[in-house]
Write a protein that binds this ligand. Structure first.
Ligand SMILES: [Fe+2]
Length: 137
């Protein structure tokens, strides 16, 4: 589910590396549930969530900076997609998460996996050609 595939590559090393790191964080969330589904994982869950939030923010800023620098025409739309992802993460109620750990974590895993796949495969690959034509790699 959170495995890197060559088709994800946008031929820009720094962005590919960041996408790989995001997949890694997603995978640690999944592994936590898979291996310890009957345990109280609240602290670890919050830690992974914070890591996901921080890294996503860092990655989005890096991507947007590159887009701004080179005048990418779909920046506005792309920023909007980034914002809605962060909004979902920030909107998670921690008390609720504590009570319904398993269900909410599973929902989150599906959300993150779908989002990464959709966003990387569609929106991010749209800029691949644009950046590649500018000689960025
Ligand atoms: Fe993006």
């Amino acid at each position: 589910m959170f495995t890197w595939k060559e088709e994800y590559s946008c031929n820009i090393k720094s962005i590919d590396d960041q996408h790989k790191e995001l997949l890694k964080i997603g995978s640690s969330l999944y592994e936590m549930v898979r291996l310890k589904k009957h345990e109280d994982n609240y602290d670890e869950l919050v830690q992974i969530l914070n890591e996901l939030k921080d890294y996503t923010l860092y990655h989005f800023q890096a991507e947007e900076k590159l887009m701004e620098e080179y005048g990418y025409e779909e920046l506005f739309l792309h920023k909007f997609e980034h914002k809605s992802f962060l909004k979902k993460l920030e909107g998670l109620e921690l008390d609720e998460l504590d009570e319904k750990q398993f269900d909410m974590t599973m929902d989150l895993i599906v959300f993150v996996a779908n989002w990464i796949e959709q966003h990387i495969l569609k929106s991010d690959l749209k800029y691949k050609e644009f950046f590649n034509s500018k000689g960025i790699s």
